[in-house]
Design a protein around this ligand. Structure first.
Ligand SMILES: Cc1ncc(C[n+]2csc(CCOP(=O)(O)OP(=O)(O)O)c2C)c(N)n1
Ligand SMILES: [Mg+2]
Length: 507
C-alpha cells in the first residue's frame, strides 16, 4: 500500500483547497464560485481550443468539423434572455498556487520504476502536459496520449476530427440536470451512511460526466453491466435511485430486476461483470439482435484476468460489447501506475480492437465517444475499449481514508476540472440556460434529497430468515441445517412477554 509521509500530508493539506467547491457545484447554488478555476498547467494543457486531436484507433463516424475549430454554440433553442449572474464569476482568474507548489512526495516513488516518480509529480500538479508525461509510467518514452475532448475545463466548446455531438440547448440542459441530481443523490447517500442508515457507500463524486455521458448514449434495448459505483448510469436507465440503497443498507441482494431496465445488478467481484457482459453480447450476436452491451469497470479491474479473458473472447467472437473503463486514477489506494505500463486504452490494440481515451470529466465527449462505440457494436464491427480519464474525488468507499495515500493538491487539481461546473460555464457563457433554469434544478435537487432520506428511513427490514433463500435453486442440506440453527438462535431472544406468561407491567 502506498502511504506518503505525515509531513508531506500535512504540507499538502495546508495548501489544498479541500472539497468545498465540488459540493457547491453539486447544489448549483454557489457553483459559479468554481467557474473557470484551473491550474496554470491545466490551462495550458487543456484550456484552449485543440490544435490537434487525439488520434484514436476507434474509427467512429466523424462529423468532421474543421480541425481545432472553436465550436459554435448549441443548435437552436429558445435562448433565455437574461444572462446568469454567475457568468462573471465563471471568468474568475485561475486559483492555482497550491497545486504548482505541491510537494509531490509519495512513499511509493522511491520504490517505483524510474518513470513513476516523474509521472506522480505530473499528476499531482494536475497536468497532462506532454513534456512531463514523456517519462511516463510506460517507460517507453512515448508521449502521454491526448484525450478526446469537446468541452475544456473552462467550459469552452471545441471540436474533434473524429467525434462530435449535435445537441439542442434542452438536451445539454438535460445532461446538466442528470449530473446535478446524480451528485445530489450520491451526497445524500454518503450522509446517510454517516448517520448509520447505510452500512457502506461507494461515491461517484467526480465521475458524473463519464457516467451520464456514456449512459445517455445507450438505447433502451442495450444492456448494461455495472460495477458498484455506476449510480449515474443507473439514473440514465431509470432505475429508481432508492433501489440502489437497499444492498448498501443490507436489506436486499440488489434491489431491482435487471431485465426491467436492462441494467444488471451491481457487481462487487472486481472485473467479473466484464466477462458476463461479453457472454451476454455473444448471445446477442447469436440471436441476431442489433442491440449493444456495455461493461463498466475501473482502472484496477483492468488488471484482473477476467477482463483479459473478456477482451480475448469479445475480439475473437466479434461480440457487440463496449468496454467502458473509468480510470479514476485509483484502485482503493493503488494508483493507476501500478495497474498498467501503458495507457489502459492502448491495451485494446493487442487484443485486436480499437481503444480510445476520452476526457472523462467532459460529458459531451463521453457521450460522443460512447455513441460511436455502441453504434459500431450494433453494426457488427465488434468490441471497443473506452478509457474515460477521470478522478475519484471522494474516498473509495465510506470505509476508506484517502488522506492516507494521496495529496490534497492532487484532488484540488482535479476539482478545477469539475464536470458539472464545466458544463455550467458553457451553458452560461453561451446563454443556453438562465438563472431560472439553475434555480429549478436546485429545487429539484433539494426535493431529491428529501425523497431519498424519507425512502431510506421507511425502507422495511427484511425477514431475517430470508438470508437462506436463493442460495441454491433446489435447496441444500447444509443450508437447511443452518436455517434451523439460526431459527433456534433467534427464538432464544424471545421474551417472556412474547410467550405470553409472567409479563410484569411497569408503570
Ligand atoms: C476479485 C476482487 N478482488 C479484490 C476486491 C477488493 N476490491 C474492492 S474495490 C477494489 C478496487 C477496484 O478499483 P477500480 O477497479 O479502479 O474501481 P474503483 O473502485 O476505482 O471504481 C478492490 C481491489 C474485490 N472486490 N474483488
Ligand atoms: Mg479506479
Amino acid at each position: 500500500m502506498t502511504v506518503e509521509s505525515t509531513a508531506a500530508r500535512s504540507a499538502a493539506r495546508r495548501s489544498g483547497t479541500g472539497g468545498k467547491r465540488a459540493t457547491q457545484a453539486a447544489t448549483g447554488g454557489k457553483a459559479a464560485e468554481n467557474g473557470g478555476a484551473e491550474t496554470p498547467e491545466g490551462a495550458s494543457a487543456q484550456g484552449k481550443p485543440r490544435k490537434s486531436a487525439a488520434k484514436s484507433e476507434g474509427k467512429a463516424p466523424a462529423k468532421t468539423p474543421a480541425k481545432g475549430a472553436r465550436k459554435p454554440a448549441a443548435k437552436s433553442a429558445a435562448k433565455p434572455a437574461a444572462k446568469s449572474t454567475a457568468k462573471a464569476a465563471s471568468k474568475a482568474p485561475a486559483k492555482s498556487g497550491s497545486a504548482a507548489k505541491a510537494p509531490a512526495k509519495s512513499g511509493s516513488a522511491a520504490k517505483a520504476p524510474a518513470g513513476t516518480a516523474a509521472r506522480t509529480r505530473t499528476r499531482a500538479a494536475g497536468t497532462e502536459s506532454k513534456a512531463s508525461a514523456t517519462a511516463g509510467a510506460n517507460g517507453s518514452g512515448s508521449a502521454e496520449p491526448e484525450l478526446v475532448q469537446l468541452l475544456t475545463p473552462e467550459g469552452e466548446r471545441v471540436t474533434h476530427p473524429e467525434y462530435d455531438v449535435d445537441l439542442s440547448a434542452e438536451e445539454i440542459q438535460g445532461l446538466y440536470r442528470d449530473m446535478v441530481l446524480t451528485r445530489r443523490f450520491d451526497a445524500e447517500a454518503t450522509a446517510l451512511q454517516r448517520q448509520g442508515e447505510l452500512g457502506l457507500w461507494a461515491s461517484l463524486l467526480g465521475q458524473e460526466a463519464a457516467q451520464i455521458g456514456s449512459g445517455r448514449a445507450l438505447h433502451p434495448d442495450d444492456y448494461v453491466f455495472p460495477t458498484y459505483r455506476e449510480h449515474g448510469v443507473a439514473w440514465c436507465r431509470d432505475v429508481d435511485p432508492t433501489m440502489l440503497l437497499g444492498m448498501f443498507r443490507g436489506v436486499n441482494n440488489g434491489g431491482w430486476d435487471p431485465n426491467s431496465n436492462n441494467f444488471h445488478l451491481y457487481t462487487i467481484v472486481i472485473g467479473s461483470q466484464v466477462l458476463h457482459a461479453t457472454g451476454y453480447a455473444m448471445g446477442v450476436a447469436k440471436d441476431g439482435a442489433d442491440s449493444a452491451v456495455i461493461a463498466y469497470f475501473g482502472d484496477g479491474a483492468s488488471s484482473q484476468g477476467d477482463v483479459a479473458e473478456a477482451f480475448t473472447f469479445s475480439a475473437v467472437y466479434n461480440a457487440p460489447v463496449v468496454f467502458f473503463c473509468q480510470n479514476n486514477q485509483w484502485a482503493i489506494s493503488e494508483p493507476t501506475e501500478r495497474q498498467s505500463r501503458v495507457p489502459i486504452y492502448q491495451r485494446a490494440q493487442g487484443f485486436g480492437f480499437p481503444g480510445v481515451r476520452v476526457d472523462g470529466n467532459d460529458v459531451l465527449a463521453c457521450l460522443a465517444v460512447t455513441k460511436a462505440a455502441v453504434e459500431r457494436a450494433r453494426s457488427g464491427e465488434g468490441p471497443m475499449l473506452i478509457e474515460a480519464f477521470t478522478y475519484r474525488m471522494g474516498a473509495h468507499t465510506t470505509s476508506d481514508d484517502p488522506t492516507r495515500y494521496r495529496t490534497d493538491e492532487e484532488r484540488a487539481a482535479w476539482e478545477a476540472k469539475d464536470p458539472i461546473q464545466r458544463l455550467r460555464s458553457y451553458l452560461e457563457n453561451e446563454e443556453l440556460a438562465d438563472d431560472a433554469f439553475f434555480a429549478r434544478i436546485e429545487e429539484e435537487s433539494e426535493a431529491m434529497g428529501r425523497h431519498v432520506r424519507e425512502a431510506i428511513r421507511t425502507m422495511p427490514d427484511p425477514d431475517t430468515m430470508a438470508i437462506f433463500e436463493n442460495a441454491y435453486a433446489d435447496g441444500h442440506a447444509l443450508v437447511d441445517e443452518e436455517r434451523a440453527q439460526f431459527a433456534e438462535y433467534q427464538a432464544s431472544f424471545a421474551t417472556e412477554s412474547d410467550s405470553g406468561s409472567a409479563a410484569v407491567e411497569v408503570n
